[in-house]
Design a protein around this ligand. Sequence first.
Ligand SMILES: Nc1nc2c(ncn2[C@@H]2O[C@H](COP(=O)(O)OP(=O)(O)OP(=O)(O)O)[C@@H](O)[C@H]2O)c(=O)[nH]1
Ligand SMILES: [Mg+2]
Length: 672
Amino acid sequence: MPRYGPDRIRNVAILGHSHEGKTTLAESLLFVTGALPRMGSTDAGTSALDFEPEEQKRKISINLATAFVEHDGYKVNLLDTPGFFDFAGQVNCALAAAEGALVVVAAGAQLAVGTEIAWERLNRSATPRLVVVNKMDKEHADFAGSLEAMQAQLDPKPVALQLPIGAEASFAGVVDLIRMRALISAKDGSVREAEVPAELADAAATARERLVEAAAEGDDGLLEKYLDEGTLTDQEVARGLRAGVAAGRIAPVVCCSAINLVGVTPLLQAICDLLPAATCDPEGPPRAFVFSTAVDPFVGRVSYLKVLSGCLRAEQHIPNTTRGGEERLAQLFFPRGKEQVRTQEVCAGDIGAVARLQNTLTNDVLGSPDGEVPAVEIPAPTYRVAISPKSRGDEEKISTGLARLSEEDPVLVVERDEETHELRIGGLGDVHLDVILEKLRRKYGVDATTRLPRVAYRETVSGQARAEGRHVKQTGGHGQYGICVIEVSPTQRGEGFIWEDRIFGGAIPQNFRPSVQKGIQDAMARGIVAGYPMVDVKVALVDGKYHTVDSSDMAFQIAGSLAIRKAAMEAGPVLLEPILDVEVRVPERYLGDVMSDLNGKRGRISGTEPQDGWQVVRAQVPEADMQRFALDLRSITQGRGSFRTSFSHYEEVPTHLARQLIDAYQKETASS
Ligand SMILES: Nc1nc2c(ncn2[C@@H]2O[C@H](COP(=O)(O)OP(=O)(O)OP(=O)(O)O)[C@@H](O)[C@H]2O)c(=O)[nH]1
Ligand SMILES: [Mg+2]
């Protein structure tokens, strides 16, 4: 393969709503350019890009897939992303390496949510884009309808670069509106040029006007010429479009049938002509950025990287600037789905991959520390579950498996909750976490189960009480003797534990009093009424009795724990629960539904506020009720809403709910 200079490389992320044909389109590009001998199908599980069993089973993309094609002296690196929202992290990986994007939509007058979301995401990173109206072969495929719906809702404004020739089953090619030629696709995807069909001539002329206006808009010179002469040359139109696309002013729209290979080659041409070249420094020292990582239990780690400057060479030693240490680039290759095309070098602007780096992860920079670093934006997990292995003894396996999986999935968090001691995983939705479980089983041989996490409730008391703890056993041998009397009362929230020694004289000798305290604190840590740590309690030691021979450290500890149990039960025990500050961002039209959902979750709404055409709802909601909110918000807003939470404070659990928790615990401890 020739070495491609940066101006001949296009790094293109493919985004869009699930099932609109992104992967199929990438497959078709691989096939028409001869990169693959057969066209794979995501339905049949033969796709070169959706090759993991979890993808084949669900017929959706889950992992970012990278593949390259060569066309007309260009190398186009395709970064096929999943449309399913749970895997948005992979979209971010792709965008960290791409200068341009394709937004794939299925022809039809309805704008899918995933299109809106992709659009917003691209606007955030100011990524230049083309729109591909796919599935033109399908019944009721409607290019004009698609275009209209997009123009009504999206900014930058989509503008037609092509018109379809024929429709549905007879969709045969496209009119190139710059050159005003018909491009008719043969069965193998190759293109024959022809005159624009007479019946399309008027529509094409009007559409070309629009395109030329759009091209001229951002360039004073072009605009002047257009106003003076009423038209521009093909080269000028292309130049204006390129500039408009790069500036995020225009999104040219093409159409195709990925499955029938119609319009696929013209699309490839549009990518090369209109999307920006790779940005990089060919002359600089070797430097690369790892935008994605895959881990195979047998092959090991594969790091996908974009070269920012200079060239990486096989066998080269290169520092990991982010983490320190040095790596050897033993196996360097160009990825093509699961296939690897070995290479001796990967140069500035290009995307390559390297196997078996020792200590390098996504977001690391290899090579020179100088220069800007792109970064993969990592969404915060919104949905968490507790996870445990099905068979005892697999604890270690599950930890290593999860650690490996989080190397390839930067969104996945694995954490041990300090208070409940649960192992938890967090991601962007239930499908995301289901896939993690499946991968754990397939790749690391661990069967695991999940459940909603335990809420870190706490116990406290609401009133005062006095109680005696008595541990006296004096039958035979060395006896045990400790008696203490304590008074408990609530403290301010957050004060934890306050100890007061109010014994005057020697009812309990000085040296045994800390034992009483220890017994009390140990019992409080284990929980008294519902198995959660007891906090915000003041305990005063007021009286007691001892025995010169039989009293011991242990006897007083036990007395202390008995005393606190009794006292706490009499002092009006209550449960405290964590309350979260919640901020939800939704389009205006979902505001009512979201607020009533939050109300139903015992939330207190503190306000709503418009924010760039959206509404932000602020509320305080008990953590216990927020556990499934990610899933509920998804279904209320079809995936448009987003939210974040942070811990606010502890608050008393309403009596009827506390009762349930206490009863359940008492039943459990009584039976064990
Ligand atoms: N009729 C028709 N069907 C298509 C076309 N392109 C894709 N499909 C079908 O649409 C379905 C989804 O295609 P995919 O390529 O897997 O869609 P995707 O956008 O990659 O989906 P995600 O990976 O889940 O985001 C499959 O059944 C394809 O066969 C097309 O041009 N015409
Ligand atoms: Mg896909």
